[in-house]
Design a protein around this ligand. Structure first.
Ligand code: BJW
Length: 239
């Protein structure tokens, strides 16, 4: 990998990669804030909050069931950006952490193993009776049978909604504080704490690179910008 001045960035440098919905857009999954971002006329902040689930759990389950069905569909597969990151992980000799805000499993399907899902996973559910997390084998309804405790209980998608604490923050900030390279791919920089990771990495002295079709809300904090499709820019950056 090279920086914009052509300097090779060694594969032994600790690296943190952050991905957002833009990396999965070319796999056929809609982003949240793009032109295709509305679901049945709802913005993401109308269906991804604990309040929305309390007020209309059927609506919220419909939203997540539709996304589960789409993700399991025949046309959905990792694209060239996911595959390039998997190659990067395999080739990297230094510490490597992929933090994804995405709840899809396309990084895993591309073969990545060091993936931290800070906003949870679409394929998992949580039982509000026993608090256990298990696979969302079936389409969820408001009250379903919990595969763990066996009760008919309220199940919710095991994802992180607005106002809830993202996962793995201790591990993420520890990696950011020691990283030499930080790359953000396909994220609008509008949702915290992920939007603030670039500042934490820069404070640690890391070289920061943004890959995005457009400028994000935090573009000014990055040292280097690759404007374009993730499927083209990520292989060009990492191979
Ligand atoms: C391409 C491309 C292509 C397209 N190639 N690029 C005021 C100030 C600061 C913070 C707050 C505030 N008020 C409230 C908050 C906190 C709140 C927040 O940030 N709100 C903002 C709206 C202001 N955050 C939270 O509540 C979080 N929790 C929290 O803060 O806990 C307390 C805490 C305190 C202190 C420290 C730490 C924590 C929780 C946030 C949870 C977000 N949940 C969601 C839903 C997850 C489940 C699901 O998927 O349904 O996460 S919302 C949604 O947004 C989802 C995403 O992960 C997240 C980010 O979206 P992302 O990935 O950036 O997608 P888009 O669509 O926004 O952007 C796509 C980008 O790709 C664009 O830039 C395109 O240009 C680009 N692109 N195609 C390259 N082919």
């Amino acid at each position: 990998m090279r920086n914009e001045r052509g300097r090779r960035l060694g594969k032994d440098v600790p690296i943190v990669v952050l991905t957002g919905a833009g990396i999965s857009a070319e796999s056929g999954l809609a982003t949240f804030r793009g032109a295709d971002g509305l679901w049945e006329g709802h913005r993401i902040d109308e269906v991804a909050t604990p309040e929305a689930f309390r007020d209309d759990p059927e609506l919220v389950h419909r939203f997540y069931n539709a996304r589960r069905r789409q993700l399991a569909g025949p046309g959905i597969a990792p694209n060239a950006a996911h595959l390039a990151l998997a190659r990067l992980e395999r080739a990297w000799t230094g510490d490597f952490l992929l933090v994804t805000q995405n709840v899809d499993d396309l990084h895993e399907r591309a073969g990545m193993v060091r993936t931290l899902h800070m906003h949870g996973q679409l394929g998992m559910m949580r039982c509000l009776a026993c608090d256990e997390v298990g696979p969302a084998d079936e389409q969820l309804s408001v009250r379903s049978c919990c595969g763990v405790c066996g009760s008919i209980a309220t199940l919710r998608p095991d994802v992180v909604w607005f106002g809830e604490m993202p996962r793995g923050l201790g591990r993420i900030y520890k990696a950011l504080e020691t990283c030499g390279i930080f790359i953000a791919i396909g994220t609008s920089g509008q949702v915290y704490p992920a939007a603030g990771f670039v500042e934490a990495a820069r404070a640690a002295g890391a070289w920061s690179i943004e890959v995005n079709l457009l400028a994000s809300a935090v573009s000014d904090f990055f040292d280097e910008h690759w404007r374009g499709l993730a499927s083209e820019a990520v292989p060009a950056l990492v191979d």
